[in-house]
Design a protein around this ligand. Structure first.
Ligand SMILES: *Cc1c(COP(=O)(O)O)cnc(C)c1O
Length: 516
């Protein structure tokens, strides 16, 4: 981190930003260290404690660890933790990420010792409770997706995609249909889709969007052919739009013998309203850590189950959880489904995430899950309408769980850019939304309020967005120099990404030298 010069700016009335963070940057433990200071009261070892240890196994000098009192250590880490922005601390409208509030009771459920302490290699007879839960979760996901079989193994959405595409590859190969080398990906798909296709050994073909944000069907038909293995459709797309011509699209894909993959990471937009399997998709993944509880801001763990239609079930990873005729639960045995693509992850995936998803689904019930999608769509459309006064909304019509806005009118009049607006939101106490994604919209903000936010919270955020638009006209320097209240000012993001300083080095003049 660099010491950016501090720019003094006046805070404009009437908007009085409130700071995003309570804490300030913290000195490192090495800097706080004082020789001889210690933690708890541990009796000193007897003088002859080392007598039995050979000289060759003894340290020549004491271990150079920072020396601090216990309160200093605790405060150091607690204050560091306050530098984190979290959905438990404030509104987090990060589009394409679904940073929603997750019920805490699901954390309790996942920590129950019967689940959390179960040995992953416990025999089926001793794991009946967990196996039953996993089996019932499989059933619930089948009802939600409209598919016929599902694996819970993949540890993330992206890994679910890879699993699904490997299943599609196995399907074509089993039919001797080996000339299918391409996967088609619309330009509004999530970035993981083309990455998945490449990882699975396919050539990625991008198709553009029509002016309404949906897939350009003529452009799609032009690239479909006997070389097409699959089309991967993020639905709703990263513009927050549901693909309206889905039946035509699926007919075109199936018409050339290709299969249709749906990226269902954001099922909170369509839960209980749309079942991809019933529509005709062949395989999909769901992000349990977005739609069905589990906080995921720290980057994991997650779960990306893959559900498929009957003609792909033979290729699902093994083992699946099955129920025997006597009502007992077990894992599939080795070789039981010989065409399986094999394991994609150790054991049964991230079981703690699966327990949370099960608890979430059972607590909501079918009608509660319908309310989730209703509220997610209502919140996004409400916020979209509120900020539409000052921001451009490039795609007309209602959105699903998220929407794209652009600051084009503000930029043209003032020169203030999307990045400036995002940084200024920090001064108003909000995590900025996703910016500059999807790439097909110039200078865009991708905003997802989620179904768990109250109208008051959404209003406060909308008012901040509108206040920033006014500031851009009246006091542009306020916006272009933001953030002013965060512990660090605007960072050099290119240098931070290319030359990260991840190791502590003694500061010149520091009282305690770096332990060597
Ligand atoms: C989040 C997301 C993914 C990737 O999921 P991970 O669990 O982060 O790998 C894929 N597609 C879409 C549409 C997403 O929103």
């Amino acid at each position: 981190m660099t010491d950016a010069p501090v720019v003094e700016v006046a805070v404009a009335e009437p908007s009085v930003p409130r700071p995003m963070f309570g804490a300030a940057l913290q000195p490192t433990l090495a800097e706080l260290s004082r020789p001889g200071r210690g933690g708890g009261k541990v009796a000193h070892p007897p003088a002859d404690a080392l007598d039995g240890v050979p000289a060759s196994a003894r340290r020549a000098s004491p271990l150079a660890l920072p020396e601090l009192s216990e309160p200093e250590v605790v405060r150091h880490f607690v204050n560091l933790s306050h530098l984190n922005y979290s959905v438990d601390g404030g509104f987090y409208p990060l589009g394409s990420c679904t940073m929603k509030f997750n019920p805490k009771i699901n954390e309790w459920a996942a920590r129950l010792p019967g689940f959390a302490a179960l040995h992953p290699l416990a025999p089926d007879e001793l794991a009946q409770g967990t196996l039953e839960l996993l089996y019932e979760l499989q059933d619930a996901l089948l009802a939600i997706s409209g598919m016929s079989s599902v694996t819970l193994q993949p540890a993330a959405g992206a890994q679910g995609e890879l699993t699904g595409i490997l299943m599609i590859r196995a399907y074509h190969q089993a039919r001797g249909d080996t000339a299918r080398t391409e996967v088609i990906v619309p330009d509004t798909s999530h970035g993981t889709n083309p990455a998945t296709a490449s990882m699975a050994g396919f050539r990625t073909v991008t198709v553009p969007s029509a002016p309404d944000g949906g897939v350009d069907l003529d452009a799609l038909r032009a690239v479909l052919g006997p070389q097409t293995a699959a089309v991967m459709l993020t639905n709703p797309s990263t513009l927050g739009l549901f693909e309206r011509r889905i039946i035509e699209l699926l007919d075109a894909v199936h018409g050339v013998g290709a299969l249709a993959y749906m990226d269902g990471a954001n099922m909170n937009a369509v839960l209980g309203r749309f079942r991809p399997g019933a529509a005709g998709f062949d395989v999909m993944h769901l992000n349990l850590h977005k739609t069905f509880s589990t906080p995921h801001g720290g980057g994991g763990p997650g779960a990306g189950p893959v559900a498929c239609a009957a003609h792909l079930a033979a290729y699902l990873p093994s083992p699946l959880v099955v129920r025997d005729g006597d009502g007992g639960y077990r894992l599939e045995r080795t070789g039981e489904r010989p065409t399986s693509i094999g394991r994609v992850r150790a054991y049964q995936g991230n079981v703690g995430v699966l327990v949370r998803a099960y608890a979430y689904i059972r607590a909501h019930g079918a009608s509660g899950l319908c309310e989730v999608s209703e509220d997610a769509v209502l919140a996004a459309n409400y916020l979209r309408a509120r900020i539409g006064e000052a921001y451009a909304l490039p795609y007309g019509g209602p959105c699903k769980h998220e929407f794209v806005a652009s600051d084009q009118p503000i930029r043209q009049a003032t020169g203030v850019r999307t990045l400036d607006i995002a940084k200024r939101l920090i001064d108003y106490g909000f995590h900025p939304p996703t910016i500059y994604f999807p790439l097909i919209v110039d200078e865009c903000l991708l905003i997802e309020p989620t179904e768990t936010e109250s109208v008051e919270t959404i209003d406060t955020f909308a008012e901040a967005m509108l206040a920033i638009a006014r500031e851009a006209h009246d006091h542009p320097e306020l916006v272009t120099s933001a953030p002013t209240t965060a512990p660090v000012r605007r960072l050099d993001e290119a240098t931070a990404a290319r030359h990260p300083e991840l190791r502590w080095r003694p500061m010149i003049g520091a009282e305690t030298p770096c332990p060597t």
